[in-house]
Design a protein around this ligand. Structure first.
Ligand SMILES: [Zn+2]
Ligand SMILES: [Zn+2]
Length: 128
């Protein structure tokens, strides 16, 4: 079991299955939502993802059909969800355990912060 939580601890989650490949997203909405250069994310199947304290989650529809879920007490971004999908897009900074997954790529590099330089061997994609 892989676990994670928000900064204040009111929201906790457990993952019973695999965490997908790790992607670093540089899109503008991730930068704004996380207040950081980019967001590191991975897919987790709905059936493998259990949240406790979900009454403390708020969500924001940052683009049509995509909601970002965050703790309404401390503001930690926990996951995002697109309508009509069978997985959540986990925000890996909220993990308490190693996801036992590996980095795959940088995406939305076209919207990357001008003040951040990518120093990695990973593939870079201007959008997805
Ligand atoms: Zn919290
Ligand atoms: Zn993004």
């Amino acid at each position: 079991m892989i676990t994670g939580s928000c900064l204040c601890g009111k929201v906790k989650y457990a993952i019973s299955g695999q965490v997908g490949d790790i992607v670093h997203c540089h899109c503008k909405t991730c930068r704004k939502a996380h207040g950081s250069a980019f967001s590191s994310v991975a897919a987790v199947n709905d059936n493998d993802f259990t949240v406790s304290g979900s009454d403390n989650l708020s969500s924001f529809e940052s683009s049509e059909g995509k909601r970002r879920y965050f703790c309404s007490n401390c503001g930690t971004q926990v996951y995002a969800k697109r309508a009509n999908t069978q997985h959540v897009i986990l925000r890996l900074g909220s993990l308490d355990d190693d996801p036992q997954s590996s980095e795959k790529s940088h995406i939305w590099v076209s919207e990357k912060a001008s003040w951040y330089s990518i120093n990695s061997q990973l593939p870079e994609h201007s959008e997805f």
